[in-house]
Design a protein around this ligand. Structure first.
Ligand code: ATP
Ligand code: MG
Length: 313
């Protein structure tokens, strides 16, 4: 079986239990929950039994254990996670506003993760994995971006494949060098997983069909557009599959895109039919929004089958 690598942040998330505007007064909180978009993505792969690993950096504290214990239990190879003595693991406080938007207090750049660098263990993973999943956000940090690009080139040169979730909004594309780095990754991408307007990051001025055609002309084999509560669509040469979102109660949408992407990649790498990969990814995204806490909604195959059966019944 092919093994998937991702590189990126691991953190804990602490969530306000009431809605409102940020953290200006004392209030009830719940957590710490394991989190970080790449960590959620890889946890979803692990739960589906796809061999996978993450390169990251945490401190020597309880927040590290919350993540390491979960990832290990769910089948993720954690050998590439450096545990830095005397440092602290990243964190994010999040509170939903009445309108569903979110206020964050982040401590990531100044956490142990901010000093991520290649190690013997991370080099060994880059040399042994068959697929790299790139999170666009990783490219906005200089050292990290270079490490991800280097890993992508090496894995691709060995005949491996690349998936890419931009996970950014057009407003932050102004970061120096980011646009060029995104173009570089896109030129190596086999599976592209944009959400909403991210489809137009590289194809401004086109409508959706034109944007898809332009991306396919660049050699991208599979494009999956995530549409939140409107479901998702898969495009491959000469093929289009659409899926409506499953009807679930949305408790916490954070992490839905990562669960969707991890599940899709698991089926895609295993050579599943496109419609089947899309159906399971759609179920993984739907199940993710029903759980409080970003990584709490990752799913096993049995959990996805149960949700799909319940929705049919
Ligand atoms: P993220 O905020 O994690 O970056 P994203 O924008 O990458 O999210 P979304 O489009 O929000 O991804 O969600 C991914 C998928 O999860 C959707 O395409 C859909 O299949 C499923 N999904 C998301 N929200 C809902 C919902 N409210 N009900 C049912 N399914 C949902
Ligand atoms: Mg996303």
């Amino acid at each position: 079986m092919k093994k998937v690598l991702t590189i990126g942040e691991i953190l804990v998330e602490i969530v306000a239990t009431t809605r409102g505007n940020g953290f200006l007064e004392a209030q009830p909180l719940v957590g710490p929950f394991p989190s970080g978009a790449p960590a959620i993505f890889v946890d979803q792969l692990g739960k589906l039994g796809t061999p996978c690993a993450i390169v990251s950096r945490v401190g020597e504290d309880d927040f590290a254990h919350v993540n390491l214990d979960r990832l290990r239990a769910d089948g993720v190879d954690i050998s590439g996670i450096e545990v830095a003595a005397g440092e602290n693991t990243g964190s994010a406080f999040v509170r939903y506003r009445e309108d569903g938007s979110r206020a964050f207090v982040f401590n990531i750049r100044h956490s142990a993760f901010g000093k991520l660098r290649p190690t013997t263990a991370s080099e060994a993973l880059i040399d042994s994995c068959d697929h790299l999943h790139v999170m666009g956000t990783a490219l906005s940090a200089e050292g990290l971006g270079a490490m991800v690009m280097e890993a992508a080139r090496r894995i691709k040169a060995r005949g491996g494949t690349i998936s890419f979730d931009p996970n950014l909004r057009p407003e932050i594309l102004g970061a120096p060098g980011l646009r060029a780095a995104l173009e570089d990754v896109l030129s190596m991408t086999d599976l592209f997983l944009p959400s909403g307007e991210e489809l137009f990051l590289f194809t401004a001025g086109f409508d959706e069909a034109e944007a898809i055609a332009a991306l396919q002309a660049r050699g991208i084999r599979s494009i999956v557009v995530k549409r939140g509560a409107d479901g998702a669509s898969l495009f491959e040469r000469g093929l289009r599959e659409d899926v409506a979102a499953l009807s679930v109660e949305e408790v916490d949408p954070t992490g839905a895109g990562d669960c969707f992407g991890g599940a899709f990649l698991s089926f895609w790498l295993a050579g599943a039919a496109p419609a089947e990969a899309l159906r399971y990814a759609n179920a993984a995204g739907a199940r993710a929004v029903t759980r409080l806490g970003p990584m709490e909604g990752t799913s096993t195959r049995a959990e996805l089958d149960a949700l799909l059966a319940q929705q049919r019944g």
